[in-house]
Design a protein around this ligand. Sequence first.
Ligand code: SAH
Ligand code: SF4
Ligand code: F3S
Length: 478
Amino acid sequence: MDERDKPGPDKLDWPPGSNASGMSKVHVKSFGCQMNVYDSNRMADTLAPGGYSETADVADADLVILNTCNIREKAVDKLYSEIGRVREFKEAAERDGRRVLIAVAGCVAQAEGNEILRRAGAVDLVVGSQNYHRLANLIARVQAGERIVDTEFPADDKFDALAAPRREAIARRGISAFVTVQEGCDKFCTFCVVPYTRGAEVSRPVDKIVAEVERLADANVREVTLIGQNVNAYHGQGADGRPTTLGKLLRRLSAVPGIVRLRYMTSHPRDMEDDLIAAHGDLPALMPYVHLPVQSGSDRILAAMNRRHTRQDYLEVIARLRASRADLALTSDFIVGFPGETEDDFSATLSLVEEVGYATAYSFMYSPRPGTPAAALENQVPPGEQAERLQRLQAVITRQWRAFNAQVLGHTVEVLLEKPGKLPGQLVGRTPYLQAVQVMAPRAMIGSLVNVAITDIGTNTLFGALSEPAPALAAAGA
Ligand code: SAH
Ligand code: SF4
Ligand code: F3S
């Protein structure tokens, strides 16, 4: 038995009367970012030894876990409407004499705790993002009749105590996997809840990450995306016992047999260090794609946001990245209508977008979050003005996104085939720049790197045809 297979403190520790019979089903629904997707999988992995198998059908579940996001007010509203929907399934099951438990996990759980139990009588358990390794015991207690809120930040390492993904579950989840390498944030941007909901920045040690990636590769995963709220602030313990960098971690992981593509997100402009930038130039497995949120193009607003970088700093980071890897695709996040944002500030954001030229970008209206410094500012921008600016920004981003996609039309690009497409005989894959491509190819080619000639561009996807196999296909032994 290797280290990863050992039961953690709460694993396999099901008291009599819990679902040890292997008959129960859990439905986990993720909202928000990839960190939640990763956590949802790990929660399912942790519950598996206690007899819970995963179901995609909420009506079929004995336990429903809503893994929530608190980033904007809308995300929180979504939770309460989702609880209402799940409550109907719970009540219908109860009329049939079957008990269904509802657990709320993730960032709203962390932020609102008890308030959720008070507002939503159907909820049985509220569990914060640092406590998932205690899930099995919490569920057992809920089955025994308690209603529980567990949102403390414990000192023990959640990752160590969480069950490792099972081979069968990895295979079901596909050939592209996320691995959390860093969690939490110490940056305290004035608009953001993440430092409060995810706590201080913590990095996992290199050997644990390597072991997890090897395990994924063993189960046919070909692409790994390293994730963290501030992934490039990664400073986990290396083999020599000293903190290492994301650049070095990527170099180490590029040597794991079977892993042909590496990605990482989300990065902060201040933490884009030289060795990470250099890795883009000399690691073939590291994809030419960086998500580098800037939020605003105005120095005045960047300062009010406490981003701790200027427009010029950001442009310099991008110049260094592009000098290392000329075909790098860049994406970003923007907030419009931050308190005090004037038309001039907003114009600076538009001009930054024009200057950088993004593959795509996400843009949001500023949403005041309780407890964050910006929520207390007086000069809030009226929602109508925010919406109008958002529309103008999104028009520019959409134009850039179309232009970016148009560049590959008529060219041959390397595509990693990921899963079946909508039509029989069709597979969906991704280019190095994360564009989805539909291509006619046999199912057995899932997991292969192939050359695809791009023949057409749809609304959300490219279309292409297989051409000669890529050299990497032979090199990877696929
Ligand atoms: N750690 C990342 C992203 C965290 S949250 C970073 O530093 O960029 C993802 C995105 O949500 C942010 O980039 C930001 O654009 C947006 N966001 C965060 N808080 C917000 C708020 N209060 N209102 C609107 N958008 C917000
Ligand atoms: Fe939030 Fe800023 Fe931290 Fe990103 S860097 S998670 S935006 S506080
Ligand atoms: Fe949302 Fe929490 Fe992620 S607030 S964006 S789920 S870290």
